[in-house]
Design a protein around this ligand. Structure first.
Ligand code: FES
Length: 160
């Protein structure tokens, strides 16, 4: 009986078991390594705050009257009307998702379905406050400067 286990068929069976064992060991250690790398990356932030809250958005003539310009990289909508130029942040005051603007002028947050009217006032949803209108001033080089940390009322305009 023991002689039968020493034949070439038995050796192949052991080889197959070794391969499966090695595969399981690699999967185990790969999982441990991936989990360790993930755990080590946890304290490193992946989203960095803007380094400067003041930045130029262009010259006043870039914002023709009646236009609504989306500056997606700055997370702003800039509006120009007969009273001047104003800018509103597209960052939802609930949890920071970026709101979308409908043709009607309303803003919608895709994350929790909040609605804001054209002035940024909350119409529905969980946000504790309306959208953040930011200060616009004129820089020494003639370009408009937005300070994203200075809030103004929705009816404040930069006079051209
Ligand atoms: S993040 Fe906008 S409603 Fe929650």
């Amino acid at each position: 009986m023991q002689n039968e286990l020493r034949g070439p068929r038995f050796e192949k069976l052991i080889e197959r078991r070794d391969v499966l064992g090695l595969g399981a060991a690699w999967a185990f250690f790969g999982t441990i390594i991936a989990a360790t790398i993930g755990a080590l990356k946890l304290p490193i932030p992946t989203v960095f705050p803007e380094t400067d809250s003041r930045f130029p958005i262009g010259k006043p003539e870039d914002f023709a009257m009646g236009l609504a310009v989306h500056l997606s990289s700055r997370r702003l909508w800039v509006f120009s009307d007969q009273d001047g130029i104003a800018a509103v942040s597209t960052v939802c005051p609930h949890l920071g998702c970026l709101v979308l603007r409908k043709d009607s002028g309303e803003f919608l947050c895709p994350c929790h379905g909040s609605k804001f009217n054209a002035t940024g006032k909350v119409l529905s949803g969980p946000p504790p406050r309306g959208l953040f209108w930011v200060e616009i001033s004129l820089g020494p080089d003639g370009r408009l400067i937005v300070d994203s940390e200075v809030e103004v009322s929705h009816d404040v305009r930069f006079k051209v």
